[in-house]
Design a protein around this ligand. Structure first.
Ligand SMILES: Nc1ncnc2c1ncn2[C@@H]1O[C@H](COP(=O)(O)OP(=O)(O)OP(=O)(O)O)[C@@H](O)[C@H]1O
Length: 251
């Protein structure tokens, strides 16, 4: 089962130099298989650093992260990452972007077509298969991005403020659609955001980090039932969680 554990992790950029900067300290966490987790905290508390380490983009200076008991080292198809800025290739159509990973790994033409058909539909881009990224809105490019990561069939989906650059309405629609896709695949998700409402709407578990150096301040289990619907944002339960967590953030 794809479970990530973070064990006694600390990270200092430039360790041993006069410019050393400790950004994470004493982090212990478990991201259970199939769960949707959000990490919130003020700017600079180390959220992206933690996520990039899970992706294997660099290693912690102390402690470790494991995926199913194996220490994470380097990037791997099992861990897919979506960044705030989309990483869509402008010289490929929507469909070709989505099947990029499988194509790189030698998928046949028929397999590529099957993957394209499935994920174009799943991310809500049916009818746009042959369009070029320059013809798409920001939200649609984000959909291509997510489809491309899903098409690699990762066990773990790491998302670093993927909807941060979108307008409020598009963002809410993307959140609904992400939950739809996730409920069908039940991948383990770790989603970084500084939008508390987004975290509460999406996640089972919210990790609140404190700043400088980043530590785990609080872990909130969100008990809102699934499937989540937009009107839940107006319920007392939702607002109470928001108020509680808002009071914990360093403003
Ligand atoms: N490669 C690097 N070298 C040195 N310092 C870095 C590096 N990457 C990040 N930092 C520093 O680490 C700290 C944490 O950065 P990080 O991007 O993880 O924070 P964050 O919580 O994701 O912030 P934001 O919400 O603004 O994206 C910041 O002070 C940043 O300047």
């Amino acid at each position: 089962m794809p479970e990530i554990r973070v064990e006694d992790l600390s990270h200092t950029f430039g360790k041993g130099t006069p410019a050393a900067l400790t950004v994470l300290e004493g982090i212990n966490l478990t991201f259970e298989s199939g769960s949707f987790n959000a990490i919130v905290g003020t700017s600079g508390c180390g959220k992206s650093t933690l996520l990039k380490m899970m992706a294997g983009l660099f290693e912690p200076s102390d402690g470790q992260m494991t995926l199913d008991g194996e220490v994470i080292k380097g990037t791997d198809q099992r861990r897919g990452m979506v960044f705030q800025q989309d990483a869509v290739f402008p010289w490929m159509t929507v469909a070709r972007n989505i099947s990029y990973g499988p194509r790189l790994r030698g998928a046949s033409k028929a397999q590529q077509r099957e993957i394209e058909e499935k994920w174009v539909k799943m991310v809500g881009l049916a009818g746009f298969e042959d369009r070029w990224p320059r013809e798409l809105s920001g939200g649609m490019r984000k959909r291509v991005d997510i489809g491309r990561v899903y098409a690699n069939d990762p066990d773990i989906l790491l998302m670093d403020e993927p909807f941060g650059a979108l307008d409020a309405q598009t963002k809410e629609r993307m959140q609904d659609d992400l939950l739809d896709t996730w409920s069908q695949s039940r991948k383990t998700v770790v989603f970084v955001t500084h939008d508390l409402e987004e975290a509460i709407f999406l996640a089972d578990k919210i990790i609140v980090m404190s700043a400088r150096p980043g530590r785990i301040h609080h872990i909130e289990d969100v008990s809102l039932v699934r499937p989540r619907t937009p009107d839940m944002r107006l319920t007392d339960e939702f607002i109470q969680v928001k108020r509680k967590l808002w009071g914990m953030l360093d403003h």
